[in-house]
Write a protein that binds this ligand. Structure first.
Ligand code: ADP
Ligand code: MG
Length: 158
């Protein structure tokens, strides 16, 4: 089961709003797979999402550390950036411990390790549209995330 919607946001604040909305729906085992060019807003989205689940520290790009863990008030957050990893290296990290752990996982550049991702996930593909505008293509894979997508559609997205 798959559902898709497109959110066209006009400002950084709109991206933050979407992240906060999704953070409110997050639960243990939630997987968000982010893609989009450098500077699209994957990390900015992750920061707003982290704040939404009660992470108080500074969330920055985990490019050099690959995985960072945060203790959110509501849920733990596992924030990954797999840009520099081969699929084999990622496989050796045992990512399933995070994906199927107690927290929420956000993966930046997720499509690079697509074969390792849980089949049920929310995918967000962020594209530059000039200035602060972004097109965010959202795909909910599996019943839970397809349901999220339907809820987003009902809110009158894009
Ligand atoms: N609508 C928007 N959504 C997200 N970020 C935006 C938006 N408009 C401007 N920005 C800016 O774009 C940059 C995105 O950077 P970042 O989140 O690090 O990108 P990525 O992680 O995709 O490489 C930030 O400086 C952010 O302030
Ligand atoms: Mg980033």
């Amino acid at each position: 089961m798959t559902s898709q919607t497109v959110w066209t946001v006009k400002s950084e604040q709109d991206t933050i709003h979407l992240a906060e909305l999704l953070a409110a729906w997050a639960m243990p085992g939630t997987i968000l797979a982010l893609d989009g060019d450098l500077g699209a807003g994957k990390t900015r989205f992750s920061q707003a999402f982290a704040k939404g689940i009660g992470v108080s520290g500074i969330v920055n790009s985990p490019t050099f550390t690959i995985i960072k863990e945060y203790n959110g008030e509501r849920l733990p957050l596992y924030h990954m950036d797999v840009y520099r990893l081969s699929e084999q290296e990622a496989d050796e990290l045992g990512l399933d411990d995070y994906f199927y752990g107690d927290g929420v996982t956000i993966v930046e550049w997720a499509s690079l390790i697509e074969a390792l991702l849980p089949p049920e996930r929310l995918q967000l593909y962020i594209e530059h549209m000039g200035g602060e505008a972004r097109r965010i293509s959202i795909t909910g894979m599996g019943e839970r995330y397809a349901g999220w997508c339907e809820q987003l559609k009902a809110m009158g997205a894009g």
